[in-house]
Design a protein around this ligand. Structure first.
Ligand code: SF4
Ligand code: SF4
Length: 441
């Protein structure tokens, strides 16, 4: 049988029997059965298809420059570990580290490249220039981390441990109290970047203990990684119309992380989508940021505006922020699948005192030292004191517009007036805008 370059590459990427079998099938072998036999510096891949009379067998012998797993042959020496057993072990170790689900994806994301380029060309990424800067590396894991042949994906649920059953009702009710500051649920505890990255690193080290030398690099919420797409492909869930990953078992209230590894593992299978005719997330979005199913214009998204966006918030969007001062959960609160959202098994995501139930006035009074102290180890610290004040000023203006009792109005006005000569121009301008809202009502 003639082995053209494409098939050769397929086997090159598949240094493991099950993965080779899967790739061979994708590359045109019907019902392939692949066995792998390791030798010193040489791997022999035998395709033994014997189910039909026209079937043929082929043996591909790879020269020694095609290393076995991890750049060496150690994984194949001595007590060989079956890859599917290894995935089960990884799932077990991951659970001990607080992860709820593990998947494995391949690295060919080429089918996403057009969509990524269109999204960038439309400017939907706003000021997130790093997304453009990484270009197609986002869709090419092996370019970002040379040698990567598999991606382990991990899910970590983040609802705080004390979350009540009717948590969505509780969260909606915060929007009915305009003087209360709303911080997105995921940001009320410890910075998830720290929690996930250190645990993913531990997981990578644990795998290396088992298999020998292993090239691995952990990511979470990292710009150059197509996190949601890798999660979808590896069966963590499907992409909801709001573009987040949704799981039948866990809704969407979870963090994702990835470990890029230079060892081929059998891929876990994607799941079917279950949005159906629902459009609740699109209907509820206060700013119309979900411009079409599966397409978000970040420039209109409150999460982007309150966290990523630098400088003035566009005037026409300010009233729509209401009392959301860091992030927005509305599209997730409206999603019916989030009745299955899971509480974290870790204390790290428990809400810190000031992050739930505080008033806008209380949080607006924080000077920079207080802000830094109260947000130590929290993701909120990343936005800095100026954006914090900017966001709260907008929320104070929105509360002022709707406040009906005089004492409440006076309290809101006093808080704003305290910062009317703030050293920062952006803060001053937002305070002026907010003060003007009482007459705009
Ligand atoms: S986070 Fe809020 S603003 Fe952003 S898409 Fe969801 S509902 Fe809309
Ligand atoms: S709200 Fe409905 S459409 Fe949106 S992600 Fe959830 S199930 Fe899908």
């Amino acid at each position: 049988m003639w082995l053209h370059h494409g098939i050769g590459r397929a086997f090159d990427a598949a240094l493991h029997a099950q993965t080779a079998q899967q790739v061979a099938h994708e590359r045109g072998f019907a019902c392939p059965q692949v066995t792998v036999q390791g030798d010193i510096g040489i791997a022999q891949f035998r395709q033994t298809r014997q189910l039909r009379s026209k079937s043929r067998s082929v043996c591909l012998v790879l020269p020694s420059q095609y290393p076995l797993i991890g750049g060496g042959a150690s994984y194949n020496r001595g007590n060989m570990v079956c890859s599917s057993q290894l995935v089960l072990s990884i799932q077990e170790w991951a659970r001990e580290l607080g992860f709820s689900q593990i998947g494995v994806s391949g690295v060919d994301l080429s089918s996403c490249e057009d969509g990524l380029q269109q999204w960038l060309a439309q400017g939907f990424h706003g000021q997130m220039h790093y997304m453009q800067a990484h270009g197609l590396k986002r869709a090419r894991p092996a370019e970002l981390v040379p040698g990567t042949v598999s991606v382990i994906t991990a899910r970590m649920d983040y609802l705080p441990r004390s979350t009540p059953d009717e948590w969505q009702v509780v969260e909606w009710s915060r929007l009915q109290r305009p003087e209360e500051a709303i911080v997105s649920v995921y940001a009320r505890g410890r910075d998830y970047h720290k929690v996930l990255r250190s645990r993913l690193q531990k997981l990578g080290e644990r795998i290396a203990q088992e298999v020998g030398p292993l090239g691995h690099r952990a990511f979470t919420d990292s710009a150059p990684v197509m996190e949601a797409e890798l999660a979808r492909r590896s069966g963590q869930g499907w992409r909801g119309k709001h573009t987040l990953v949704l799981s039948r078992d866990a809704g969407s209230m979870f963090f994702l992380g990835e470990i890029y590894i230079d060892m081929a593992l059998p891929q876990t299978q994607p799941v079917t989508a279950h949005c159906g005719s629902c459009s609740s997330c699109m209907d509820v979005c206060p700013t119309g940021a979900i411009v079409a199913p599966y397409r978000v214009d970040a420039r209109r998204c409150i999460s982007y505006l309150t966290i990523e966006h630098d400088g003035p918030i566009p005037l026409e969007l300010r009233p729509l922020l209401a009392n959301r001062i860091y992030g927005c959960d509305d599209c997730q609160l409206a999603c019916p699948w989030n009745k299955f959202a899971q509480r974290s098994s870790l204390p790290d995501f428990d809400a810190r005192g000031a992050m739930t139930g505080s008033t806008l006035v209380q949080l607006f009074s924080w000077d920079e030292a207080t802000f830094l102290r109260c947000t130590e180890g929290s993701p909120i610290r990343r936005i800095g004191h100026v954006r914090w004040l900017r966001n709260i000023a907008v929320a104070l203006g929105n509360a002022l517009r709707t406040a009906c009792d005089t004492a409440a109005q006076q309290s809101l006005r006093n808080a704003l007036l305290e910062r009317s000569d703030d050293a920062n121009e952006v803060v001053r301008e937002h305070v002026q805008w907010a003060l003007a809202q009482s007459s705009a009502a």
